[in-house]
Design a protein around this ligand. Structure first.
Ligand code: ZN
Length: 461
């Protein structure tokens, strides 16, 4: 078996990286004619600047062989290694490294420096470049060309360096979502991030339905309810939270904080100067959204509350929620569309796919990783105190009407949790229970919207 054979395997790794939105570089480690480790670039997915293909492959090989010295191994990598990776190879006393394309900007095997040539550093590692160099460099060129095209497409609305924007093409074939996009980036809390929202119906309507989605959804979740509200002559406003839908997505998980998202929503309501609001919440839409009206009670006149809670941290998190949080941690690349499809067999494949559309690669998924651990767990957790204040508001100060709808199949925020929440919302009548619906109860939203219009109508005393 020759160098080209093993370099093909490194190239296959590089293609995996490309599919995940990482710079396409791959590596394999070979011991006694066999591949003992394979890895690709993964700094975005791992949140790790050192997660270069070579480092990950060396780590895996050392672990597989039970020895941090790899003096009988060869490493194949599609791109000339950087100084860090050459250093790692020397620490491993690697026998030989073979790379593909040269890297004129950071290459430490001859392009910028040649660390292998320094006899004070290197006694062990033989090296050779240029194996299948064309294949490797085409892969890289195509990747960066696609990235530049993406940036050019959005040149009119600048994108923050620490954020990503899902390409508009990802939303090209979304069914039942005919509404015009609206964008806003002037809110102080957005600091230049672009927020997407729907704004349909007359501005001077008697009612504005403010529809807040949760994790891992976006305004698409309300597509079945929006037409019902519009048919009643009402206005509908439905934002995509930062990190979701068509809104910009911070690259770092740590950008997502309870207080930040709440502040964005508060400023959003102020900026649009929304009045006569019927607040529509579910999941995180409620965990955050239920804390909004106490800050501006005059803006709100109705509440439609579905499968959510106030995260006051006064009880331990439920086993169902802990299982969800664990699943998100164990399977960070879980299929969002499939999650929706599982609880909603009536959804078409294209509708399920619409829930995957915002997350075009792993780099776009920071919010999906950040939200489950963000639910306030302890009394001192961020958001717990504000949630307790909100609970007191709903219990003692809320003067508007309320309507509750519950998807009974929800294992986390089902009937029992919602009945407990109902006890804490002043004058909230018995819920409408949808026995066949799950957590994403809006997927059965037409009947809920019709019932809510009646229940929250001003003349319905
Ligand atoms: Zn490197």
């Amino acid at each position: 078996m020759d160098d080209k054979y093993f370099m093909q395997q490194a190239l296959a790794q590089a293609k995996l990286a490309q599919d995940l939105g990482e710079v396409p570089v791959g590596a394999v480690v070979v011991h006694q004619g066999k591949v003992v480790a394979a890895a690709h670039n993964a700094p975005i997915a791992h949140h790790d600047p050192t997660a270069h293909a070579e480092v990950l492959a060396l780590r895996a090989a050392a672990s597989a062989l039970g020895n941090y010295r790899l003096d009988d191994c060869s490493l194949y990598v599609t791109l000339e290694p950087c100084a860090m990776c050459v250093g790692a190879m020397m620490h491993a006393r690697l026998k030989r490294v073979v790379w593909g394309a040269t890297e004129p900007k950071t290459g430490a095997a001859g392009s910028v420096v040649d660390l292998f040539a320094n006899p004070q550093l290197n006694h062990h590692t033989h090296h050779q470049g240029g194996v299948l160099a064309d294949e490797a460099s085409h892969l890289l060129q195509d990747f960066f060309k696609a990235q530049r095209a993406l940036h050019k497409q959005h040149a009119s609305a600048p994108l923050r360096d620490d954020a990503l924007r899902t390409p508009e093409t990802c939303f090209a074939d979304i069914p039942n979502y005919p509404w015009q996009p609206h964008y806003l980036s002037e809110l102080p809390s957005l600091n230049g991030l672009r927020l997407h929202y729907l704004d349909e119906g007359p501005k001077d309507a008697a009612v504005t339905w403010l529809c807040l989605h949760g994790n891992p959804a976006w305004s698409y979740l309300y597509r079945k309810m929006i037409p019902v509200f519009l048919a009643a002559g009402h206005r509908v406003v439905a934002p995509d939270m930062p990190g979701f839908g068509k809104s910009d997505k911070p690259k770092k998980d740590s950008a997502h904080r309870f207080g930040w998202h709440r502040q964005v929503l508060l400023e959003f309501v102020d900026a649009l100067d929304l009045q006569k609001i019927h607040l529509v919440v579910q999941d995180w839409g409620g965990i955050l959204g239920l804390t909004l009206p106490m800050e501006a009670p005059k803006r709100y006149q109705g509440l439609l509350v579905m499968n959510t809670t106030l995260a006051t941290a006064q009880q331990p998190l439920s086993p169902g929620f802990l299982a969800w949080r664990q699943m998100c941690a164990d399977k960070p690349l879980f299929d969002v569309g499939r999650l929706f499809g599982r609880g909603n067999p009536h959804m078409s494949e294209a509708e399920c796919a619409a829930y995957n559309a915002p997350f075009s690669d792993a780099g776009h998924r920071a919010a999906l990783r950040a939200f489950p651990p963000m639910v306030p767990e302890f009394e001192y957790s961020e958001g717990a105190d504000i949630s307790r204040q909100a609970q007191s508001f709903w219990q003692h100060e809320w003067t508007g009407k309320s309507f509750m709808a519950v998807g009974a199949q929800d294992p986390v925020l089902g009937v029992e949790v919602m009945q407990a929440l109902r006890q804490r919302i002043r004058h909230c009548p018995e819920p409408m229970v949808l026995p066949q619906a799950g957590h994403f109860v809006q997927e059965h939203g037409e009947v809920i919207a019709q019932a809510a219009i009646k229940a929250l109508a001003a003349d319905n005393l």
